[in-house]
Ligand binder design. Structure first.
Ligand SMILES: [Zn+2]
Length: 239
């Protein structure tokens, strides 16, 4: 990690930019004091907080080479939160377009690969060994060709999710709550298989909850032997 990413950097011209946008979104009077910095978040994040009479703005340093229009749009979004302004679409759109573009998405995932370390999580649970299950599923459904990512049981039980694949650290985690004898092995296998399909069909999106399931993905998922039954058991567990 270079010193540049370890600390936040002031955004050149950032204060003037916020003053300009402050007026442009219809705020009146003297603008507040700002401190505007780029910050090495592990995703595209914008934050604003108040400390006495100072507004501290942090923009993900992914934006450090973004065009001025995108920075103005980001500033407008942040100021609209603080001052409760409705923004004209023309002011919102540049940031949204930038954030949703394929290029930005792939920069985010490359950056997450560098900044997000895999969580400490062991594949060997009390009941099931995920590394062994991975190898079996790999040879059965993927001709043994899938490269094994980091795999483990989540450290704590999750309420909502059974598993996730995070492409940043290249890690599959399964919900620890399934590591018990009351859960049939094929159910654990199905959840692992699903996450393995995410390894096989990478999306540009990062994190656990944003992954998408293409029709191709859904079709391939049905190749799992006890697909219907596994889904039924999981639906039941989710209740
Ligand atoms: Zn999924």
């Amino acid at each position: 990690m270079s010193p540049r990413t370890r600390n936040s950097n002031l955004v050149p011209g950032g204060v003037a930019l916020f003053h300009r946008v402050f007026t442009r979104i219809g705020c009146e009077g003297r603008p507040p004091h700002f401190r505007v910095e780029f910050y090495p978040y592990s995703s595209l994040v914008l934050t604003i907080r108040r400390r006495e009479d100072l507004l501290i703005v942090r923009l993900s340093d992914l934006l450090s080479r973004a065009p001025l229009g995108v920075l103005e749009s980001a500033a407008a979004l942040l100021l609209s939160r603080v001052y409760r302004r409705r923004l004209p679409r023309a002011l919102v759109q540049p940031y949204l377009t930038y954030a949703r573009s394929g290029r930005t998405r792939s920069r985010i995932s490359r950056m997450r690969g560098r900044r997000v370390r895999p969580k400490q999580a062991a594949p060997q649970g009390r009941q099931y060994d995920l590394a062994a299950l991975f190898d079996q599923l790999n040879s059965k459904y993927f001709s043994g060709e899938l490269r094994r990512p980091h795999i483990g049981w989540s450290v704590r039980g999750w309420r909502r999710q059974f598993g996730c694949y995070d492409p940043g650290p290249n890690q599959i985690l399964l919900n620890r709550r399934m590591d018990r004898s009351g859960i049939p092995q094929f159910v654990v296998e199905y959840v692992l298989f699903h996450e393995m399909l995410h390894v096989k069909h990478p999306t540009r999106r990062s994190g656990c909850t944003l992954v998408s399931h293409s029709p191709e993905f859904r079709a391939e998922e049905k190749r799992f032997d006890q697909f219907t039954l596994a889904r039924k058991v999981l639906d039941h567990l989710a209740r």
